[in-house]
Design a protein around this ligand. Sequence first.
Ligand code: FES
Length: 167
Amino acid sequence: MSIMKRRQFLSGLWVAGLGFVALAAAWTSWDLLRPGEAKGFGGKIRALPPESVTEGAVIEVSAARSYLTDVNDDIRALSWKCSHLGCKVSFCDSSGQFECPCHGSVFNRAGDLLSGPSPRGMDEHPVEVGADGLIYIDTGVVEDGAPPGTVTIDEPARGPSCSEGSH
Ligand code: FES
């Protein structure tokens, strides 16, 4: 192979390599950014079959940073991020209510604000049942909780608060 042909060959290889890298980068970007198929928080999180969310149940779905609960035959995903300053709200089994450990906001099982400094109820993510029959929580969408004074279920505390005795 003459020196010129060898140079042309190597230069062709270099261009083909660059083209391959550009194609791989474009594919990766498209794969990461295509809508509706994100697999982690910020996308749609696959959860449980709807039958698992029985009346009165509160099920923590860590991947969605949410609680699934059934309110008046409607499955809802309540964000655990407190609408006050963002602490993780916990569900208290003894009271049957959500309680924020940071500044004491209390929410009923429907996420309505009952007391404390939060400006609204618990925020929510939309929920849908997919073609596979499982619940999907769309963590890419956040709907503001109900304004203070909204009470959609009549469920007073069933027992002591989890924060009693901790102050
Ligand atoms: S962060 Fe929840 S009450 Fe302040």
